[in-house]
Design a protein around this ligand. Structure first.
Ligand code: HEM
Length: 454
């Protein structure tokens, strides 16, 4: 179809772009190509400037340690059962718990119950209920769901909303007191957001900081933007790995080279060396990017150069990167561009001391680019690498073969499930991962990782 094409619909026309340079130009021109909703106005700019300051290396180190502990617990359970049907649910719980610690300062055990009740839920349970019902909340709004005559499901969601909000309020008040008394912060996202806002107020006056409701709004944005994105990527990656044992060995080689049998893992020195773990994430997102970004031309005609031609894009058109095309175009990814091959990201070398291959800017846009790119990019990478390193140092995963089925056929069935049974709910996800149960087995001689880390 070429590098730019239009899908004409009775409502809006959608212009799809598959040219890395043109995509970078779209991302670098936020005024010409704003988002159709939540555009980049003054209020967004002020909030973004403060919000990105709270994603720092200290928070990443907390996240790293928490994820290692939680993934160790998950692996312990998974290797004790003959067949696992809840990988997706467990990875959601793991990301929720890791997020709760690194973002809200609350630690939780990995086993979480999925029950939603009207009894006062904990902060974590309320966050879980909110995230499970995000579509519902976004569709009806928090005010509507507060009406007492609504069915029980609405009341449960509303109760969760109230509890989560009161947790944010309490943390906010406690942090304001600590800040006034010069106490050191915990370095979770919430306290850092409050501190960054207070700093801005000191520097540029009250209008420079965040209002209380903007702080809650940002925490809600972090929770909703950061949870399922990472959890869905984990699920795809685990299923891909179960179908590709050679890449499990490839990971194991790196994990052994970097971590060996060490009990203490150091974020600053170990994370940057786990390139293969990260390559698994990149390769998974290349084929299954969880969030598609869209922009639009608003009320103006906008010129856009694609190759050696300049197109005039009419007003009121949606502009969408074509992920399916740009992330798989053989010109940028080679003749096996549709194959899941994480090693394509790495220059061949010694495990643990490798470098990433340079990729053409704009040909991989899983976390978006430009001023509105994802502030949680590294946060999600740290979480992903830590969990994958724990899981694949200790064990390997296979699909459970059906009666009479060979292991090769079972692996092909898993790849088929990924390909033909994935779709968008709120984000792109495997729709029924439980249809292909997995079996986790301990690697011989592997020592079980403890929750200790630095
Ligand atoms: C694999 C994991 C993740 C992926 C693929 C991802 C992807 C993205 C993408 C593509 C955008 C741009 C959306 C747009 O412009 O419409 C975005 C924005 C955002 N992401 Fe992420 N994200 C991930 C993890 C996270 C995490 C862990 C957090 C926070 C802890 C986070 C917080 C945010 C926020 C707050 C925004 C909005 C930024 C703004 O509008 O200024 N994300 N993400």
């Amino acid at each position: 179809m070429g590098d730019i094409w239009v899908l004409v619909t009775p409502l809006k026309n959608w212009i799809y772009v598959n040219d890395p340079d043109a995509l970078m130009s779209i991302f670098k021109r936020p005024t010409d190509f704003p988002r159709p909703v939540w555009a980049e106005g003054e209020s967004w700019r002020r909030q973004r400037k403060i919000a990105i300051r709270c994603f720092n290396e200290q928070t990443n180190a907390i996240l790293w340690a928490e994820t290692i502990a939680l993934a160790g617990d998950v692996l312990h359970r998974w290797t004790k059962i003959p067949s696992l049907v809840s990988a997706a649910d467990d990875m959601r719980t793991l990301t929720l718990n890791a997020f709760s610690r690194a973002a809200l300062g609350k630690s939780f055990e990995s086993q979480g119950s999925n029950t939603e009740s009207l009894a006062t839920p904990s902060a974590k349970e309320s966050l879980r209920t909110i995230l499970n019902n995000l579509v519902f909340i976004l569709a009806f709004g928090t005010e509507f769901i507060s009406y007492p005559w609504l069915p029980q499901r609405f009341r449960i969601v509303h109760k969760a909303w109230v509890t989560f909000r009161s947790h944010l309020i309490n943390t906010y008040e406690a942090e304001k007191r600590d800040f006034a008394e010069d106490k050191l912060p915990d370095h979770n996202l919430m306290t850092l957001l409050i501190r960054a806002s207070q700093d801005e107020v000191h520097k540029s006056g009250a209008s420079g900081g965040l209002t209380e409701s903007e702080i809650y709004g940002n925490m809600f944005a972090f929770s909703s933007a950061g949870h399922d994105t990472t959890a869905n990527t984990f699920t795809f990656a685990i299923y891909f790995l179960s179908a590709h044992p050679q890449y499990q060995d490839w990971l194991f080689e790196e994990i052994q080279a970097v971590l060996g049998d060490r009990e203490i893992w150091d974020y600053r020195t170990d994370f940057p060396r786990l390139k293969r773990c990260l390559a698994v994430m990149f390769e998974t997102m290349r084929l299954y990017a969880p969030i598609p970004v869209i922009k639009w031309t608003a009320d103006k005609t906008q010129p856009l150069s694609v190759g050696n031609k300049t197109f005039l894009l009419p007003p009121q058109c949606i502009i969408a990167p074509s992920y399916g095309a740009v992330h798989t175009d053989p010109r940028f990814w080679g003749s096996d561009s549709l194959v899941w091959r994480p090693s394509r990201w790495i220059k061949a070398g010694n495990a643990g001391n490798e470098e990433f291959n340079a990729i053409l800017r704009g040909s991989f846009i899983g976390w978006s680019e430009g001023i509105r790119d994802c502030p949680g990019r590294k946060f999600s990478q740290v979480e992903f690498s830590a969990a994958i390193a724990v899981l694949f140092r200790g064990a390997y995963v296979d699909p459970v073969a059906r009666d009479g089925e060979t292991m090769d056929a079972a692996r092909a069935r898993v790849l088929d499930l990924i390909k033909n049974d994935s779709g968008t709910v709120l984000l792109l996800q495997m729709l029924h991962p439980e249809r292909a149960p997995l079996r986790w087995s301990r690697r011989e001689k592997s020592s079980e990782i403890s929750a200790k880390s630095e």
